[in-house]
Design a protein around this ligand. Sequence first.
Ligand SMILES: Nc1nc2c(ncn2[C@@H]2O[C@H](COP(=O)(O)OP(=O)(O)OP(=O)(O)O)[C@@H](O)[C@H]2O)c(=O)[nH]1
Length: 420
Amino acid sequence: MQSLLNHYRRSMALHLLLVIFGVYFLVAVLVTVVQLYKEYDNTKKEFYNEIQTLPATFGKGISDSVWTYNQELLQSILQGMYNLPILVGIKVQSLDDKMDFKIGAVFNEQNQVEYYNSKGQPTEQALTGLGSNALFKHEFPIYYQGPAFDQNIPLGTVTLYSNDQLVFERLKYGFILILVNSIIKTFMLWFIIYFFINKYLGKPLKEFTYKIHQQDTQSPKPIDLAINWTDKNELIILKDSYNQMIESVNKYQLELLELNQELDEKIKPRTHDLELAKEKAELLAYKDPLTHLYNRRAFFKYGQKLINQTLQHSASLSLIMIDIDFFKKLNDNYSHALGDQALIAFADTLTSNLRHNDILGRLGGEEFAVFLPNTDEESAITIAETLRILISQITLQHEQAIVQFTASLGVVGATQQRQR
Ligand SMILES: Nc1nc2c(ncn2[C@@H]2O[C@H](COP(=O)(O)OP(=O)(O)OP(=O)(O)O)[C@@H](O)[C@H]2O)c(=O)[nH]1
């Protein structure tokens, strides 16, 4: 039941159909009711007409039987009439009251319905099988027209009764026919309308929404609908508008992509500059700009870490202090520029002859120091001696002269210190 309700809510065709069908059904009911009433009215008129022809048929027989006081004849004529499917009752009232006879449902003087059997005796309504609804009557006089009299002699009146029940009886088949006809028509129309609404609206809409759902959201593509019975209707206009929108979205997306690439190209050199500036800043913060060795701050920072690690792991650690001899003289004799060259060459010599994990720093001017992890004092002395020799072998060119210099090194181990 719930799924049926959901199907109804989600199906445009079904919804439209039920609205159309509902309106159609109301109109059909109205028209059928009017049609049925008209039928009823016509049938009732026919009844009147038929009842009015009865005096011509039975009048003579009734007059004769009343005139001759022939009860039996009167009774059999009235029984014959009573069997006609247009009468529910007959009342004969003779002027001398001797030939009065009632059969079926008739009105009394107080306009109340009374019931009589075919022998003219009062009876219950249930026994007659007659309804009392909307009883209507037709009264006609009876006369005797014998050859012995010049004029008609009035004998009394005959009243014929009929009712709606009989009218409906006659209408019954007509009614059923009209109703069946209406129901069949309604259901036929229901299926036909559903089929076409579904074909022309429901199915294309379903196809449209399905194709939209299938779209790749990154790069949607124009879609096509299988509508071949027209080249322009609201659905095709909707589909064309959707496709136009997709095309412009794709165009703008492409433009955005190109703009992004352009922006990337523009940003690249700036990013490179930024990286260089960052490297420079790092260098300034941790390194000596001339020799590219750790500056005093960095040397002590990393040196402290090394001391802590050494203490933790009970390893050995040595420190070599290095001071270039008579450096002031070198500057004074050969220029400050050569002094700088000497410092750079000195730093390069140390760097290339020490291990990667040794921490070498410039403490200031011509003073340097190096931490040697996992190195006892004896080994450190050997290393210091090697360095001292290497430093003394550095040669610099100043104009025609070859310049050399020496350095003094001091070693201290984790347990004992020695000075050279
Ligand atoms: N070229 C150059 N000279 C520097 C630099 N830093 C310091 N100096 C110079 O190094 C010299 C150091 O002089 P001192 O402290 O007397 O050292 P020294 O002449 O080697 O004397 P001792 O240490 O006693 O042997 C000074 O003349 C400073 O101007 C530098 O970066 N480049």
